[in-house]
Design a protein around this ligand. Structure first.
Ligand code: ADP
Ligand code: ZN
Ligand code: ZN
Length: 732
């Protein structure tokens, strides 16, 4: 009896066997509706088999195939198996988390029209009399499709094994699925000519980079290292053009915050007739599903997306680009804790494709891989526009400067100058570890959160104290809860405080604050960007959000208020992140013909980080960091995994982790096993958090250890707590 092994969204590492009733035929990659417990749920068929290890009476039947969505291609199933394996996450949860939510639900997908199928250009070119005779059903389908577009139902009527034949034809690229589309008519499959707005003649460096990628055969990982404004985006555009010409699809992954309608429109304007879809969590479910299907059908030629788009089925994928590859938002922080960059590299390798990782400040991991020759390094050393000079970077030594609300006199003077010249300025606040909290000047009382180990942050606008970890909020007290003193003062600096201090100093200036609070409303950030472009803003005050690839040509001054906390952070990546952030933010200044200046307030002006920034010398900084990491035995010289646990009862957390650790020791495998320690944020939302770090120089040996450890962990009693493994963790 025919059996299917189905991945279900349940926290068990196994697949589930179901039998196929007469009249139902499915192939691997198809979604099926199956009974599970008392419910009916959607799963993905990972394998088809002739028989099951289970006895016939215990095995239930597939209810039905929910709709006519084409099956997931085998390539994607392999990718999902790899992710489940590498990240030690249940296969079913991994497979289901890769699907848009509509495809995870048992509700039928209703489009205005059902899915239809047509021959692609290569399908039309096939000589049917030369087609292998034994592939009868495929041949029958191809013949039928020569008469025109057919529905799935019409194709199914041709043979009981129609689904398998159709899948083979789709994977060979001879047939394309036409998902119902409100917009332009489908061109079906391959296009040899594309309109292309070639804005620029490439520089020699750019051309060399483009050639290196287009001339590479099979898999190759390229690290495109070029300062901001050096023309990386232009290289992407030329590469995309080349791959479109070859009939390929392109996957371009960008950090969450960068995926704006402007960016989408920019790429659309460069390729006016190639269909582009975006995929990110901000899309409505229906739209995301539709875009996903258009990618799967081959209609969408360019897929622009955030990390989740790495799992999009792309039958004609020819190139993957990961822009700002160092960005931490490529790492998912819950559920399947994958790195989209790393998964993309695996996918390119598996499909034998080139992949380009672009950044002005590569992650140390990628930089190290480029040095050791695993990746090919492509460099852009100058700005593409000869007139656009790199900004001048200077430090203001705050240990001998008068400061007001965290802003120094030299910075205020520079701001004033820009106001007089009608140019824009950006005041950048590194919020990590430095938000304003309330302190009592008499007894030293601090505004602690009652649920967390953190402090409540002062929000002046609505006079509230808020915890940024658990969301707890309360009114600002009139007097100190400790001693009754009425003089409570903010310590530390935050965006709101800087905004009001600047407004007081420059009453006529138009100041715009950009942070998570002011951009919470959907669309608010886009409206703000428009105002900045329209030059309806003089001074921008903001956090990380402002650092990323936005082009504000009239911006000539960047002030950085408080970078130092990252230099003595407990997170060993903090200074790497700070450099990337400051290099980004510095890149905002002087993009056009106006030279830019960056003023950094610090008590350590001689720190190698600031020296490298002043000299625009990423390599010097990367070498410093690599030497540090090597002597400390940190990544990229070792691979790490973090076992995290959290519970309401502190004792539960530590008891569990101690047992987990003892079990690890008992395995007697050659890994470095650290002790049980509290997390960097040891208490959050009334839960205690602790962890164990395990590392080894060899990824393979670490994985071997994990394969032995994971089943032991699964067997430990853990009723009252949650635990997880984080492979290649970025946050501690
Ligand atoms: P990056 O992505 O590295 O920050 P961009 O690709 O956005 O750089 O290029 C920066 C600016 O230089 C853009 O305004 C772009 O239009 C321009 N540019 C890029 N390449 C060229 C070129 N070959 N000739 C002229 N201008 C270019
Ligand atoms: Zn007090
Ligand atoms: Zn809290």
């Amino acid at each position: 009896m025919p059996i299917v092994r189905v991945a279900l969204d349940v926290p068990l590492s196994t697949l589930f066997d179901y039998v196929l009733a007469d009249g139902i035929s499915v192939v691997a990659g198809q979604r099926v509706l199956v009974p599970f417990g008392r419910k009916q749920v959607v799963g993905v068929v990972m394998e088809c088999a002739a028989d099951s290890g289970l006895s016939a009476e215990r095995i239930k039947s597939v209810v039905r195939v929910p709709d006519e969505i084409p099956p997931l291609p085998d390539e994607l199933l392999t990718l999902l198996r790899f992710c489940s394996d590498y990240y030690h996450h249940p296969q079913g949860m991994t497979a289901l988390s890769a699907l848009p939510s509509r495809l995870r639900s048992s509700e039928p997908i209703t489009f205005r029209k059902a899915l239809q199928y047509a021959l692609s250009a290569s399908g039309r070119a096939l000589k049917l009399d030369e087609f292998p005779k034994r592939k009868v059903v495929q041949q029958r389908m191809l013949t039928a499709l020569q008469t025109g577009v057919l529905s799935a139902a019409q194709l199914r009527a041709l043979s009981p094994s129609a689904p398998a034949a159709l899948k083979a034809l789709l994977e060979a690229g001879w047939v394309v699925a036409l998902s119902p589309s409100p917009s332009p008519a489908c061109r079906g499959g391959e296009l040899e000519r594309h309109a292309f707005n070639n804005a620029h003649t490439l520089t020699t460096e750019q051309q060399r980079a483009v050639d290196a990628v287009t001339q590479s055969a099979g898999y190759g990982c390229f690290l495109l290292h070029g300062i901001t404004g050096s023309g990386k985006t232009e290289i992407y555009v030329h590469l995309m053009y080349e791959m479109l010409q070859r009939g390929g699809q392109i996957l371009l992954l960008v950090p969450e915050i960068n995926l704006t309608p402007q960016l989408e429109n920019y790429f659309r304007s460069r390729f006016p007739d190639a269909e582009l879809v975006s995929l990110h969590s901000g899309l409505a479910d229906g739209e995301r599903t539709l875009n996903w299907l258009r990618a799967q059908s081959g209609q969408a030629r360019i897929v622009l997306g955030t990390r989740l788009a790495v799992f999009t089925p792309l039958p004609q994928l020819a190139l993957i680009i990961v822009d700002e590859e160092h960005d931490a938002s490529f790492k998912q922080q819950d559920g399947l804790r994958y790195s989209a960059r790393d998964v993309a590299i695996f996918r390119a390798n598996q499909r034998g494709l080139p992949i380009v990782l672009g950044s002005a400040t590569p992650s140390l991991e990628s930089y190290y891989n480029a040095q050791s020759g695993r990746y090919k390094l492509l460099r852009l050393t100058a700005r593409a526009l000869a007139a656009a000079k790199l900004p001048e970077v200077r430090c203001i030594n705050t240990s001998n400067t008068f400061m007001q609300h965290g802003i120094s006199e030299p910075l205020l003077a520079a701001l004033e100058q820009r106001l007089q010249r009608g140019e824009q300025s950006l005041v950048f606040i590194n919020r990590r570890g430095y938000a304003p909290v309330l302190m009592c000047t008499a007894c030293g009382w601090l505004s602690d959160c009652k649920n967390c180990a953190g402090k409540l942050v002062l929000h002046l606008k609505d006079r509230r104290l808020r915890c940024h970890h658990c969301g707890h909020q309360e009114r600002v007290p009139h007097a100190c809860p400790g001693c009754g003193n009425a003089d409570l003062q903010p310590v530390g600096i935050g965006t709101q405080r800087v905004e009001s201090a600047l407004q007081e100093r420059f009453p006529g200036a138009r100041i715009l604050r950009v942070d998570r609070d002011s951009t919470r409303n959907k669309g608010a950030w886009n409206a703000m960007r428009q105002r900045i472009h329209d030059e309806a803003v003089d001074i921008l005050v903001g956090t990380q959000m402002l650092a990323k690839g936005h082009d504000f040509p009239n911006l000539t001054l960047v002030g950085v208020l408080n970078p130092d906390s990252a230099l003595y952070s407990s997170d060993f990546r903090a200074s790497e992140k700070l450099f990337a952030q400051l290099a980004q933010v510095a890149g905002r200044a002087g993009r056009a013909d106006k030279p830019g200046v960056v003023l950094i307030q610090t008590t350590f002006p001689d720190h190698p980080l600031f020296r490298a920034l002043r000299e625009h010398d990423y390599d010097a900084w990367a070498q410093t960091l690599l030497a540090e990491r090597q002597s400390a035995g940190f990544p990229p010289f070792v691979y790490q995994v973090l076992l995290r646990a959290e519970a309401k009862q502190e004792s539960e957390v530590y008891a569990f982790l101690q047992k987990a650790r003892a079990a690890a020791v008992a395995l007697a495998l050659p890994v470095e096993l650290y002790g049980v320690v509290p997390a960097a944020m040891p208490r959050r939302a009334n839960h205690f958090l602790a962890q164990i770090l395990v590392q080894h120089e060899s990824r393979k040996l670490l994985q071997q250890f994990l394969r032995a450890w994971k089943p032991v962990l699964d067997a430990l009693p853990a009723q009252k707590l949650r635990w997880s493994l984080d492979i290649d963790p970025l946050e501690f």
